[in-house]
Design a binder for this molecule. Structure first.
Ligand code: HEC
Length: 147
């Protein structure tokens, strides 16, 4: 009985750990997608005549990911379950500040598609810059520097 119970708990524990590791891996994948989309935006803006359709597609991708992003950081999904994770423990130590940076980013990411639709190229460039600023503001405190 005691053995069966211990076995049950061990299994439950393993299931939780697998879930957190999967979450951490998915977070990485999602940020890679976000990074790729934002890089395409900046590459497109560097061209002679940027494609508004391409900009709109990537702006929408970033916005969609930004809406999900708060759910990518459950407690216990840091380096303890994914040693390669770049998420700093500060995310869980300063939850209010982290949430504020997340909200500021989401606001920029929600605004950007509308700026792209409005179509003024200078405004789009400025919008991409402030969006990038919101990425950096969070990375500065909450993402480990890549060596
Ligand atoms: C609220 C905080 C926050 C915001 C805003 C944010 N990031 Fe990140 N980003 C992180 C954290 C934390 C990681 C580390 C994830 C991990 O490895 O666990 C990360 C990782 C990344 C990575 C590396 C992928 C990886 O996990 O190794 C890229 C690329 C990236 N972010 C791009 C962006 C871009 C582009 C934006 C803005 C459009 C952005 N991020 C906005 C917190 C943020």
């Amino acid at each position: 009985m005691a053995l069966a119970l211990a076995g049950g708990l061990a299994t439950a524990g393993a299931a939780v750990a697998a879930t957190s590791a999967q979450t951490a891996h998915l977070r990485h994948e999602n940020f890679e997608q976000m990074g790729d989309a934002f890089k395409r935006v900046n590459d497109e803006l560097g061209r002679g005549s940027p494609s508004k359709a391409k900009l709109a597609a990537d702006a929408a991708r970033i916005q969609k990911l930004s809406a999900q992003a708060p759910s990518w950081f459950p407690k216990g999904s840091g380096k303890e379950v994914r040693p390669k994770s770049l998420t700093l423990p500060a995310v869980w130590a300063n939850p209010t500040d982290f949430a504020n940076k997340m909200k500021a980013f989401q606001a920029e990411a929600a605004k950007f598609p509308r700026t792209v639709t409005a179509g003024d190229m200078e405004a789009i460039k400025a919008g991409a810059k402030s969006l990038g600023g919101a990425c950096k503001a969070c990375h500065a405190d909450y993402r480990e520097k890549k060596s």
